[in-house]
Design a protein around this ligand. Structure first.
Ligand SMILES: NC(=O)c1ccc[n+]([C@@H]2O[C@H](COP(=O)([O-])OP(=O)(O)OC[C@H]3O[C@@H](n4cnc5c(N)ncnc54)[C@H](O)[C@@H]3O)[C@@H](O)[C@H]2O)c1
Length: 259
């Protein structure tokens, strides 16, 4: 079951994959869903169960970058809500809908939440605060779910994907939903992409890992039941070490309280 909130993009992806799926003896269905709407997510679950009878793997992956040239203070509250509704509440809608259904099946099933390396590192970039905040939330939300599922010895195995830079059209696809969130008919009504967004799009696509390679790493983690999926382990280790050192230094600089 392939799903997305942009019907045209979804149709294009389904057309590309259908022949490949058929060659592998699989049937491919599609379902347009806005992850911000719980009722859409419930409809997606129903479609999955009606078409295939069960859900063994759920990829909770939809996300938006927000407005790459803006930060915490100059991002409008409308844009803040759009980013948090998608990257946090959208993720939660998926967890609330799919995990109980997969648990009810009683057999091993997997949920892969996509956060980002941006959810692990310190934020020193003067823009993209809303994206970074949403992805930190996505990381903690998924870790909390893992703790709960482990305590219940659940048959549902959680995974958390935290890539750094991947060659995708994320900056472009986000504009479709940005326009929607601002009541505009199409991304063209937002005007031209600004320089920062253009540069960010180029960075993802010039330096980014191929999505297929990320997908292979995801399936390897699913097979071995590994929770953390860090497709850029060296960069990630360097940046989380810097964050750790920043926080430990800050704690050591605070007045001793005996606690
Ligand atoms: N590309 C990167 O460098 C990178 C790095 C770290 C994390 N990520 C995360 O990976 C995930 C996938 O992004 P991608 O890079 O493959 O880009 P992508 O644009 O190919 O995929 C994002 C998809 O989410 C869909 N989407 C957005 N809002 C939606 C909504 N409300 N309802 C339903 N669908 C919606 C878009 O239409 C798009 O198809 C995102 O969560 C993103 O934040 C990407």
């Amino acid at each position: 079951m392939l799903s997305d909130g942009d019907a045209q993009r979804l149709g294009g992806a389904a057309d590309t994959l259908r022949a490949e799926a058929a060659a592998a003896g699989c049937r491919l269905e599609q379902c347009v869903v806005d992850v911000r709407r719980l009722e859409d997510m419930e409809r997606l679950l129903k479609c999955c169960l009606d078409e295939f009878g069960r859900v063994d793997l759920f990829f909770n992956n939809a996300g938006v970058i927000g407005e790459p040239s803006k930060g915490v203070l100059d991002t409008s509250l409308t844009s803040w809500r759009w980013v948090l509704d998608t990257n946090v509440m959208g993720l939660l809608n998926g967890m609330h809908t799919f995990v109980p259904a997969m648990q009810a099946q009683g057999t091993e099933a997997h949920i892969v939440n996509t956060a980002s390396g941006a959810g692990l590192y310190s934020q020193h970039r003067p823009t993209m605060g809303p994206y970074v905040a949403s992805k930190h939330c996505a990381v903690v939300l998924t870790q909390a779910m893992k703790t709960e599922l482990d305590a219940q010895q659940s048959t549902v195995v959680p995974h958390l994907l935290c890539p750094s830079v991947v060659a995708t059209p994320l900056v472009e696809t986000s504009r479709f939903f940005q326009a929607q969130a601002h009541g505009l008919a199409s991304p063209a009504d937002l005007g031209d992409m600004d320089d920062v967004s253009r540069q960010f799009h180029a960075r993802l696509n010039d330096d980014g890992m191929a999505p297929d390679q990320v997908a292979d790493l995801v399936f390897e983690a699913v097979r071995t039941k590994r929770f953390w999926i860090m497709p850029h382990p060296d960069l990630t280790e360097k940046r989380i070490t810097a964050r750790y050192e920043e926080l430990v230094t800050a704690a050591r600089e605070c007045p001793r309280t005996g606690l």
